[in-house]
Design a protein. Sequence first.
Length: 168
Amino acid sequence: MTGLFLAPATNRKGAYGHFRETVLDGVSREMYSNFIDEDLGSCAHVWGLTSSIKSTWENTDSGDWVLFYTRENQYEYAAQVRGKQHNPDFGDAIREELLEDVSGDRDWDYLLLFNDPIEVSVSGKTVAELLGYRNRYPVRFIRVTSERLEEIESEYGGVDDFITAISE
């Protein structure tokens, strides 16, 4: 079954800027090729996760979707997971060189690689009600459990169909 993850990417703590530069714009081939042997095209769409949520990262698989909560009560982008890597050197390079985040208070050791992100439009309230959450926004990167995905399966036929519906 295709999985679904929710990611906070608002301006709070600079997450939207990180999202824009690493997922929407992507990391240039010039940079990523120093750390990844695979040819990902002209840019790699990457989201870094800290070691504190390693277990969530471990549950991601190619083909899963991540919905990005980018502004007040709104998910505006989704990206399908292409792969994942435990790559602390690449994560450090992204943070320090691309994002100019030299604070040592967090790591980006666990990376998700995406296909091209797509625009979607669905409110946080709608997602929360559909999945049975109290909050209309994710506080941290989370995996939607299979029990909560049953409503998406019932109403849309599956995660892929849900993403298609909210991208139209």
